[in-house]
Design a protein around this ligand. Structure first.
Ligand code: PLP
Length: 400
């Protein structure tokens, strides 16, 4: 991201222009109401009958810079639908990072394929492309890099390898609407991208998800899988599922398209302000922004150097920070492969889960112990950030 741009954002944020948010909140509310009323008046509440989802899909595809967007009822559904549409299933392996929300890996298990874990980079907390490439076997059918917290993962090395080996490259952009990698929107780099519209994300439809792709055949198959595998009227060509969202969710999505860019700008302002204010505070290591990245700043994540302040672990430092409601939390406290279902497997699966052991992904395990997240939502103002920064400074100065 251009440092001059970052400087401007911080300056603007420091003047507390974020206090204008009340007008903008009203605009967002009224735009949403207007779109919902349109759908209610149409009396077409489902996507088999209604047209709002098509408008939302067209707008989202244009914004992301892809040919097709397919609206589904969650980010998890988007991942599952794209994998099934591509024919991923039993006997296949799919490489995922262990530092992510559960759904990145569980969507793979729901296709009956097996998730294989590749380590993350310490600087972005995202999948290390070199480790992912090392984990490729003849069974590897897909790789899912996650653009975590609005920070694009380094995907170019994977693009090349996946093309060469015919591996499906699926970007999990569930936390990164509007983020750019080398000037290109995430979700438009691999063979397909998946987004979530859960309320904590950069934009929301209440619940919902989107698949983005330039591949005509894949887009068609995603639409088929989304609706019970039906290829034409009552012809059920393949096994699908009910992954349809409602037209009312699409209405909320259309209104969100009007505000997502300015909301992302606000997220960036708070994120870079926090980063600047915390960079010299003892006991916290702030994240680096790689040159290739323009993050959309879903949340800010720093690493606790708790030993430097005499704490025994990250949790006790977080407790000290939160004693006055600084609202920080340790995010993803365990690598996915150490959680019960990835250890024991599930009777639904056609394979036994390999016995994953500590040490499989050392960078991830290091970050699990230390990473705290702060939601950089559009309503986070300078005064909130200053309060959080003050808490860090107080704890660094010995307050417990
Ligand atoms: C990285 C990631 N992938 C997938 C998902 C799943 O999205 P949803 O909750 O909409 O199913 C989430 C949601 O939290 C996520 O953060």
């Amino acid at each position: 991201m251009d440092p001059k741009d970052v400087e401007k954002l911080i300056k603007k944020f420091s003047k507390d222009e974020s206090l204008n948010f009340l007008n903008e909140e009203r605009f967002e509310f009224e735009a949403t109401l207007e779109e919902i009323i349109k759908v209610l008046k149409s009396k077409r509440l489902d996507i088999l009958d209604g047209l709002a989802h098509k408008e939302f899909e067209t707008q989202f595809a244009e914004w992301t810079g892809v040919k097709h967007a397919i609206f589904v009822n969650s980010g998890t559904a988007a991942l599952f639908c794209a994998l099934r549409a591509k024919g991923i299933g039993p006997g296949d392996e799919v490489i995922v990072p262990p530092f992510t929300f559960m759904a990145t890996a569980s969507s793979v298990m729901h296709t009956n394929a097996m998730p294989v874990f590749a380590d993350i980079e310490l600087k972005t907390y995202n999948m290390d492309p070199n480790d992912a490439i090392k984990k490729i076997t003849p069974k590897t059918k897909a790789i899912i890099p996650v653009h975590l917290a609005g920070m694009p993962a380094d995907v170019d090395p994977l693009v090349e390898v996946c093309k060469e080996k015919g591996i499906f490259l699926l970007e999990d952009a569930c936390q990164s609407h509007g983020a750019k990698y080398k000037g290109k929107m995430v979700g438009a780099i691999g063979d397909a991208g998946c987004f979530s519209f859960f309320p904590s994300k950069n934009m929301t439809t209440g619940e919902g998800g989107m698949i983005t792709t330039n591949d005509d055949e894949l887009a068609e198959q995603c639409r088929v899988v989304r609706h019970h595998g039906e290829s034409s009227w009552y012809v059920f060509a393949r096994l699908g599922w009910h992954l349809r969202p409602t037209e009312l969710s699409a209405a909320v999505g259309i209104a969100q398209m009007k505000v997502v860019k300015s909301n992302n700008r606000k997220r960036q302002s708070a994120w870079f302000y926090l980063n600047e204010q915390l960079k010299d505070v003892k006991g916290i290591k702030v994240p680096e922004v790689p040159e290739y990245a323009e993050p959309s700043c879903n949340w800010w994540g720093g690493l606790l150097e708790f030993e430097k302040l005499g704490f025994k672990d990250g949790r006790s430092m977080v407790n000290a920070l939160n004693r006055k409601n600084a609202f920080t939390k340790i995010l993803y406290p365990e690598p996915l492969y150490m959680t019960k279902v990835f250890q024991d497997g599930d009777s639904f699966l056609p394979y036994r889960m390999p016995r994953h052991k500590t040490g499989l992904c050392p960078n991830c395990e290091e970050v699990n112990k230390r990473l705290i997240g702060i939601d950089t939502h559009p309503r986070l103002m300078k005064q909130h950030c200053d309060f959080i920064v003050e808490r860090f400074k107080a704890v660094a100065a010995g307050e417990r």
